[in-house]
Design a protein around this ligand. Structure first.
Ligand code: TXA
Ligand code: MG
Length: 332
């Protein structure tokens, strides 16, 4: 079918409220091969029909995303997921415990799966997620097919947690932004690969390792390093602010901006505290907003206070390490 949403003609992305008419409009655009940024509980996703090579090709082009980096297919229920992937006993246990919610499971592709090869970057596996955000669920259901949705940022940039962030990264390349306010979790889903005997943590995220290990009754296997084909999201320089980050800083120089946690740095014009009360869920929800905010003030350096590596702290520290990693092109 020829899409009426071929090359984009808009000069800026249209932003509408995520109410019933907005959701219906989003679903209509998606069914016709268009791109819609939708809110999820983690971050905004750039959604497209996951069963259409042409629609998915537009996602890769809009994000300037390497073609080898597969997308997560978002489905409305475990039942729908079972049509796309093969679930081991462990995968089923995790899905039942954490779906809908910020967990992505990488499982072998099911025979008869409808998610297209481009969406999977040709992998024999598929990443599946059932989000809990009511708008995301409503859009997926109304579209009537799995939606491929990477974070709605240009490749290599900080993930968006508001509709305004999405609008800053994209103009005419996308057809619609559904404004559902601020994302509650604030960082991406936890990704668990269930391809071998031991489920493996590919990306720490919105569900803490400890909670997953409690359900499994054993420890998760560790990531296999930064093999870009196995999980390109594990690439080091992934979440890139313009400023350089100085991690684990116990003091802040006057010239530096400060990303504080638990009032280490004290008051200051360019200091934002992720959580004065040392609440890791609050810190996760603020992380990308504060990083963008401080970066926009154009400091050369952002000093980052130490954050404990427990619970959601593991994902927070993971994103901070990536943001601090050296990269060849700092303008990306
Ligand atoms: O919270 C989230 O997961 C958000 C929201 C929008 O759902 N999405 C998101 O997508 O973070 P993205 O594309 O930014 O990150 C997905 C990660 C990538 O690192 C990709 O490499 C990995 O999932 N991935 C996807 N399919 C995979 C597969 N078959 N095997 C291994 N990794 C896979
Ligand atoms: Mg991303």
């Amino acid at each position: 079918m020829k899409s009426e949403y071929g090359p984009a003609i808009l000069t800026s992305a249209r932003k509408i409220a995520a109410d019933a008419p907005g959701i219906a409009e989003a679903a209509r655009i998606l069914r016709h091969g268009g791109l819609v940024a939708i809110p999820t509980e983690t971050v905004y996703g750039l959604a497209a029909d996951a069963t259409s090579d042409a629609a998915v090709a537009r996602v890769y082009a809009a994000k300037a995303r390497p073609k080898f980096n597969p997308l997560i297919a978002h489905v409305p229920s475990l039942e729908a997921a079972l049509g796309q992937g093969i679930f081991s006993a462990d995968a089923l246990r995790l899905a039942e415990a954490f779906w809908p919610g910020p967990l992505t499971l990488v499982v072998p592709l099911a025979p008869g799966a409808t998610v297209c090869a481009a969406s999977r970057a040709g992998q024999p596996s598929i990443a599946l997620r059932v989000p809990i955000h009511p708008v995301a669920l409503a859009v997926i259901s109304a579209a009537g097919r799995p939606l491929a949705a990477p974070s709605a940022n240009r490749s290599g940039r900080v993930s968006p947690v508001t509709a305004a962030h999405v609008a800053r990264d994209f103009a005419g390349e996308i057809d619609l932004i559904l404004d559902g306010g601020r994302c509650q979790v604030g960082l991406e889903s936890t990704i668990i690969e269930c391809l071998e005997e031991h489920p493996r943590l590919l990306r720490p995220g919105g569900i803490a390792r400890k909670d997953i290990e409690t359900v499994l009754g054993r420890a998760l296997a560790e990531p296999l390093g930064s093999d870009p084909v196995r999980s390109p999201g594990m690439l080091n320089s992934h979440y890139a602010p313009r400023a350089k980050l100085r991690l684990e800083a116990s003091t802040r120089d006057e010239s530096e901006a400060g990303l504080d946690f638990g009032r280490i740095f004290g008051e200051g014009k360019n200091v934002l505290d992720l959580s004065p009360s040392r609440d890791l869920a609050q810190a996760a929800a603020n992380l990308f907003i504060f990083l963008r905010d401080l970066d926009a003030r154009e400091p050369a350096y952002i000093a980052v206070a130490p954050i404990p590596c427990e619970g959601l702290g593991e994902a927070i520290n993971d994103r901070l390490r990536r943001a601090a990693a050296p990269r060849p092109n700092r303008t990306l």
